[in-house]
Design a protein around this ligand. Structure first.
Ligand code: THU
Length: 134
């Protein structure tokens, strides 16, 4: 069983692959599937800024497109020039994208400013979710 620290380490490795020439804010995510598979992702920016894809959705879309739709946790780390600063909370769009697939007790692991692991349950980050299925 992978630990939160190991999952964060994979997120950090993915962060170093970020393509972020416009913001220089690099983000990495590691998404843990119910069967133990991990999919990583980084943010991929674009000259047309709105086309940018966040690290979390990169990991999610990689997983779903490979046939994985059940997840237990995600680790996220990021900061200016790839130096993690405050906890890198997932943006609202990524929370909504994840909500399609995860339950309220899905774990979200982040690093705080001192490098310590902090964790949240998904429903703390996105309560009262909009969903067309249960
Ligand atoms: N970013 C992510 O990858 N994930 C988030 O949850 C927040 C923001 C990226 C998008 C953009 O490339 C950069 O961080 C600055 O917003």
């Amino acid at each position: 069983m992978i630990t939160p620290e190991e999952l964060l380490k994979q997120a950090e490795n993915a962060m170093h692959l970020a393509y972020a020439p416009y913001s220089n804010f690099k983000v990495g995510a590691a998404l843990l599937c119910s069967d133990g598979t991990v999919f990583t992702g980084c943010n991929v920016e674009n000259a047309s800024y709105g086309v940018t894809n966040c690290a979390e959705r990169t990991a999610l879309f990689k997983a779903v497109s490979e046939g994985h739709t059940e997840f237990t946790a995600i680790a996220i780390t990021g900061g200016p020039d790839g130096v993690p600063a405050d906890p890198c909370y997932p943006c609202g769009t990524c929370r909504q994208a994840l909500s399609e697939f995860v339950s309220s007790d899905f774990d979200v692991y982040l690093r705080n400013g001192e490098g310590k692991t902090v964790s949240y349950k998904f429903n703390e980050l996105l309560p009262l979710t909009f969903n067309l299925h249960e």
